[in-house]
Design a protein around this ligand. Structure first.
Ligand code: 8YV
Length: 321
């Protein structure tokens, strides 16, 4: 019987996922959930065949170049792959996979939470009650923006974007979307496609960012695009912080051009731009889009399915490089 492949698992994973890893592989686990430096990671990979990283480990071209030749696959515990230099992996013949589908519902839930939290001032309200500073009630107290029946624009109508659209329809919203190409009209359910992002923006009472971070989408929400949104619009980001020009978003939140923003992801997490914290009209979550028990298990099993296929000599279902 051949030895079980050694898999470097960069973060602590759900117990059931680690149990399956232990049954089928020789995993190098991280029981203390310590954040590895690039040097730690490279050293841990000595003699290993696979890495199962999260988005917290940056596999840049430089890091990939230092990996031992024994590493044959990077099976990400994430749908996003912006932390991995895919071209560098390809150049070294390293297969890369991700975990699509299984986190779409959980992430769309957080998008709706961000949307509602921003529109209805949930963060401010919660802080008021929690700090015992809630003193009075009046018709003018904590007045927010109603979301029912509003127009939502979704940037990136992939798996998550389509679930956000479905949830938005439950709130009777009119759905607009911008995507590289129009999705199958059977999947649109009345959503209006805009090939041109610029022309969609003036129609968006709410703008939800749901596209991957790539060189093309970096800073897609910039000052010029924010200026095209209706006054008082709401911005929701559950995709990646890199999509946003922080200076532009913060200026628009300060000036009142935007009503509010609901954010789960940021540039430079977790050391986010501190100005977000000082604004009353931000509803801020710590990148918890996929953080449900169900989804974290499913992500782990999906990553393991990819490893299983690879080591059985089959094409992994979620190969991205
Ligand atoms: C995860 C995510 O928390 O899957 C993604 O791309 O952004 C998150 O939902 C993270 O990636 C885990 O590595």
């Amino acid at each position: 019987m051949s030895a079980k492949p050694v898999v470097v698992v960069t973060r602590k994973l759900p117990a059931a996922v680690e149990a399956r890893l232990g049954r089928d592989y020789a995993p190098r686990l991280n029981p203390d959930d310590r954040l590895y430096s690039a040097d730690d990671l490279v050293a841990l990979c000595n003699g290993a065949s696979a890495i199962m990283p999260c988005h917290t480990e940056r596999l840049s071209a430089e890091v990939i170049g230092r990996l031992p030749a024994t590493i044959r696959i990077v099976a990400n515990f994430s749908v996003g792959t912006d932390h991995v230099d895919l071209a560098a992996a390809r150049a070294r013949g390293i297969v890369v996979t991700n975990t699509p589908d299984v986190l779409s519902d959980a992430t769309a839930e957080i998008a709706m939470l961000c949307l509602l939290g921003a529109a209805r001032r949930a963060g401010e309200g919660e802080r008021l009650v929690r700090t015992a500073e809630w003193r009075d009630w009046s018709p003018a107290f904590m007045v927010g923006v109603q979301v029912t029946g509003k127009r939502i624009g979704i940037v990136g109508m992939g798996r998550v974007g389509q679930v956000v659209a479905r949830r938005a329809r439950a709130f009777e919203m009119q759905v607009h979307y911008h995507n590289r190409r129009r999705i199958d009209p059977d999947l649109e359910h009345g959503a209006v496609y805009h090939a041109d992002l610029e022309s969609m923006l003036p129609l968006c009472d709410i703008l939800s960012l749901n596209c991957p971070a790539t060189p093309e989408t970096k800073g897609v929400l910039n000052a010029a695009r924010i200026a095209r949104l209706p006054d008082g619009a709401i911005v929701v980001n559950t995709a990646r912080g890199a999509l946003v020009d922080d200076d532009a978003l913060i200026a628009a939140l300060k000036s009142g051009k935007l009503w509010a923003a609901g954010l789960d992801v940021y540039n430079n997490e977790p050391a986010i731009d501190p100005r977000y914290r000082d604004l009353p009209n931000t509803f801020l979550l710590p990148h918890i889009g996929s953080a449900t028990r169900e989804t974290r298990n499913a992500m782990g099993f999906r990553a393991l399915d990819n490893l299983d296929a690879f080591f059985a000599g089959r094409e992994p279902g979620d190969r991205v490089a």
